[in-house]
Design a protein around this ligand. Structure first.
Ligand SMILES: [Fe+2]
Length: 448
């Protein structure tokens, strides 16, 4: 029995395995690329280290990629084969991995929350619950989860910065911008390479329309992003979003090509179809085209990645982004197959099935109809689900694209009733006036 960096019991007798396991968690929390390497070292030191096997399974699941579920299931089998004498906390991690790999997300979250009730400093349970709440659109539960655990932490414990970063992001998604920014800045003060804390503050600045502040914030921290995983693409995407709002489209395209969607970069080459990267790319190309900017053939490689993954429905929010790319590239047969795959996914015995049935499918179909200029269909599909968009997961800033799509189609199809309602909702939702939001300002002028 060994203790981890937070004093939690690990069922291994190997000091080297425990040290490498701590290093793997530290790298995971900091989005470093060497997390899997440290985990490999832990398992080399103790091949019977069940929790390290479970961690390997978690890493596989974090790709939200169907092809990697088999690796998670295999890791779970290894963990189960070495489950004699495990603590209840470790057993619950195995249960969580089993549920997650079977698509039973609420069951997985239940296991992580049970761990946190006994061990608030189990930062892996905290972080995995946080991310799965996030991709399920459960902002309130995400906030409550971290605020429940926080008082159980000694602020000197390694990983406390992650608690602050998760608090910051969860509060931001709940509209609590002042405490969100304070917690995010506190996380970054502890560690300027705290990318999730950096990201949370960037979201506050996006939601408050502080575009110049956002550019300066990210500019001042980018020196700390070396050696980090694909989250850096998303940070560069946020920076591009500020430039987009400022009408600096050349800067957006330059960031697209050099910073967040460069197919030749080692990070993209390592995972060319990573869900968040595809979301970043498709969402920005769509915004640019709507602003009248020519994007050349950039849709093509995104459509290639989308087409190759049709039927992989583990990430709901990615599906309509795939559809944007398939429709933009004129791939009608593939678009048909994507819709058919969502219909099939809607019948599966997992947590996302009802989401796909009621939200993912209509939103994906709307993305296709928008490209076809079938504005009335876009309104018919999106208007009834606009308050359910959160179930796709993602942030307010990310999901805004579908509200833009609805407002745009309402304007083009003469649905002034829908347009006025959506604009009114947007005006209520953010302190920033519509006249200062690039997507809505011309629509607000048209609706007046
Ligand atoms: Fe974000």
């Amino acid at each position: 029995m060994r203790l981890d960096a937070r004093g939690l019991a690990l069922t291994t007798d190997s000091a080297a395995a425990a040290a490498s396991f701590d290093a793997a968690i530290g790298s995971y929390l900091r989005y470093r690329l060497d997390a899997a390497k440290h985990l490999d070292a832990a398992l080399d030191a103790d091949p019977g280290f069940a929790l390290a096997h479970a961690m390997r399974g978690y890493f596989a699941m974090l790709s939200y990629k169907r092809a990697n579920v088999a690796a998670a299931v295999a890791a779970l089998a290894q963990a189960r084969a070495n489950a004699g004498g495990l603590t209840l906390r470790e057993q619950r991690h195995l249960d969580a991995l089993e549920a997650w790999s079977a698509g039973r997300l609420w069951r997985a979250i239940g296991a992580w929350e049970a761990i946190l009730a006994d061990h608030p400093a189990d930062v892996v349970a905290l972080r995995l619950a946080h991310f799965n709440y996030f991709w399920m659109g459960e902002a309130g539960a995400m906030r409550e989860s971290v605020l429940r655990a926080k008082p159980g932490w000694d602020t000197d414990l390694p990983g406390y910065g992650t608690v602050l970063a998760c608090e910051a992001f969860a509060r931001e998604e709940c509209g609590e911008y002042r405490p969100a920014e304070a917690a995010g800045r506190a996380a970054v003060e502890r560690d300027p390479a705290d990318l999730w804390g950096t990201h949370a503050v960037a979201h506050v600045m996006e939601m408050e329309g502080r575009h110049a502040d956002g550019i300066a914030w990210l500019d001042g921290l980018k020196a700390h992003w070396e050696g980090a995983a694909a989250i850096v693409h998303h940070l560069w995407w946020h920076r591009a979003l500020y430039h987009y709002e400022l009408g600096q489209f050349d800067a957006v395209l330059a960031l697209y090509d050099e910073r967040f969607r460069n197919p030749a970069s080692p990070l993209v080459q390592a995972m060319p179809d990573l869900y968040i990267d595809i979301q970043n790319a498709a969402a920005m190309l769509w915004r640019l085209e709507r602003a009248g900017v020519a994007v050349g053939d950039r849709w093509t490689e995104i459509a290639d990645k989308a087409e190759a993954r049709i039927g992989d429905t583990l990430s709901a929010f990615t599906q309509p982004h795939w559809m944007m790319a398939l429709a933009a590239a004129g791939r009608g047969a593939a678009a048909d197959r994507l819709i058919a795959a969502l219909d099939e996914a809607a019948t599966a015995p997992d947590t996302l099935a009802p989401v796909h049935a009621t939200v993912t499918r209509p939103v994906a179909a709307a993305a296709r109809a928008h490209r076809a200029g079938d504005w009335a269909t876009v309104v018919d599909l999106l208007w009834p689900v606009r308050n359910e968009l959160k179930r796709l997961g993602g942030s307010h800033a990310q999901r805004d694209i579908f509200r833009q799509m609805l407002a745009d189609a309402a304007a083009r199809s003469g649905r002034r009733d829908v347009l006025r309602a959506v604009l009114a909702e947007e005006a209520l939702g953010r302190a920033l006036p519509l006249t200062r939001r690039r997507a809505y300002a011309p629509l607000a002028a048209a609706a007046a």
